[in-house]
Design a protein around this ligand. Structure first.
Ligand SMILES: Cc1cc2nc3c(=O)[nH]c(=O)nc-3n(C[C@H](O)[C@H](O)[C@H](O)COP(=O)(O)OP(=O)(O)OC[C@H]3O[C@@H](n4cnc5c(N)ncnc54)[C@H](O)[C@@H]3O)c2cc1C
Length: 357
């Protein structure tokens, strides 16, 4: 036996799992199809929750990742009244979340792997020699029980600068063409502009002045933007396995579910899965024991389904211009703002997942 746990995929999810298992005294090894370090070139900017920060601290990598705290989240929608503001101080946490570069996250995880065996430039073996195979190979292309939802949207991401300090405020604005997020990042913003799939190539290749004007028009006047950086496009949609365990197999990260990034939940959910999997396997003589895997799947079911549904509902409810829905969501945002317990419930849900309900 070549080590009890084989992790296929050395992206952020695979590396974080290897570190979580090592903390629990469980040996693992990673195999990845790409050259080692490829994930460090990931240009995405991620928002991670306070709960994710706590997990990354236990993995010993948090202090090595440059990050910008989010102290306030402002949620609004175009074309109507109603908005909600969540504040870290109300939740008794130093920050609701943190904004960081996916490449920096990958670099910190990679550096922490130390002696954990990592074989790169090698696709998944046909007949793995391990008690448990963890699939962390990202996007799911085929699975017998695959659930897919095409929202018809793409994300155009870039960095931007404002005319004043960001004040550690994250802005989420829902518009009929899709959500726009401005996340405080270093001394500017990380932008996620969601748009109809058919428009994304045109929008991403506008010159800076035209793109800036479009972004400002979509976001509205709450923040005045003065400059934008290079744009990248990501197709969006849901791809989810119904079953995340099989015979001596587990799927984690994007290989288990790829979410719309509307509320920045994808890697946050992956980290909660990883923490639970490492806890469940602790002390087990056989990490591929079906009873253990069933326990893991049962423990993660609620958070997983709730996060997928929460993300999908936000996209469906907010990405349209249907009159009655516009009034409903305005009323919802206002009600949330006027009801601290409901707001706190939502904030804690986003920080810690569905088990905190
Ligand atoms: C625009 C956008 C914004 C996002 N924003 C956020 C956010 O704010 N907050 C958040 O929490 N999440 C966010 N996400 C989600 C987040 O980026 C993903 O959850 C995360 O990158 C998934 O990591 P992973 O390791 O599962 O997959 P990947 O990063 O895809 O890694 C998979 C690895 O497996 C390897 N591999 C693939 N196939 C094989 C094979 N056959 N054999 C061996 N190796 C293989 C690949 O080389 C790769 O290294 C966002 C996503 C997008 C698209």
């Amino acid at each position: 036996m070549n080590g009890p746990v084989l992790i296929i995929g050395g992206g952020p999810a695979g590396m974080a799992l290897a570190l979580a298992l090592r903390r629990k005294g469980i040996e693992s090894r990673i195999v990845d199809a790409r050259p080692r370090g490829a994930a460090k070139a990931d240009a995405r900017i991620l928002a991670l929750s306070h709960g994710s920060k706590l997990i990354l601290e236990t993995l010993g990598v948090w202090r090595d990742i440059p990050h910008t705290p989010i102290e306030t989240i402002h949620v609004s929608h175009a074309g109507g009244l109603g908005r909600t503001v969540m504040r870290a101080a109300e939740e008794d946490v130093p920050a609701l979340g943190y904004v960081l570069a996916a490449g920096d996250l990958a670099a910190a995880l990679d550096a922490a792997l130390g002696e954990i065996p990592y074989t790169d430039n090698t696709p998944a073996p046909q007949h793995p020699d391990a008690l448990l195979v963890v699939h962390a190979e990202g996007r799911i292309d085929d699975a017998p029980d695959l659930v897919t939802r095409d929202y018809g949207q793409h994300a155009v991401i870039c960095e931007a600068r404002g005319d004043r300090p960001h004040g550690r405020i994250a802005w989420e604005r829902f518009t009929p063409a899709g959500p726009v997020a401005l996340l405080p990042f270093h001394d500017g913003y990380a932008v996620v502009l969601t748009c109809p799939a058919a428009d994304s190539a045109r929008i991403a290749t506008l010159d800076d002045a035209a793109f800036l004007a479009l972004l400002q028009q979509r976001f509205g006047p709450r923040v005045r933007l003065t400059a934008v950086g290079a744009r990248l496009v990501y197709p969006l949609g849901l791809r989810m396995r119904r079953q995340v365990t099989g015979e001596r197999e587990v799927w984690i990260g994007n290989a288990a579910q790829t979410l719309h990034p509307v509320a920045g939940q994808g890697f946050n959910l992956a980290l909660r899965d990883i923490a639970e999997l490492a806890d469940t396997l602790t002390g087990a003589a056989d990490p591929g024991d079906p009873a253990l895997l069933a326990r893991y799947a049962a423990r993660r079911r609620l958070d997983r389904l709730a996060t997928v549904e929460f993300t999908g509902s936000l996209v469906r409810l907010f990405s349209n211009d249907i009159g009655p829905l516009r009034h409903l969501r305005g009323a919802g945002l206002l009600a949330l703002d006027l009801c601290p317990p409901a707001r706190s419930f939502l904030a804690r849900r986003m920080m810690f997942g569905a088990r905190a309900w």
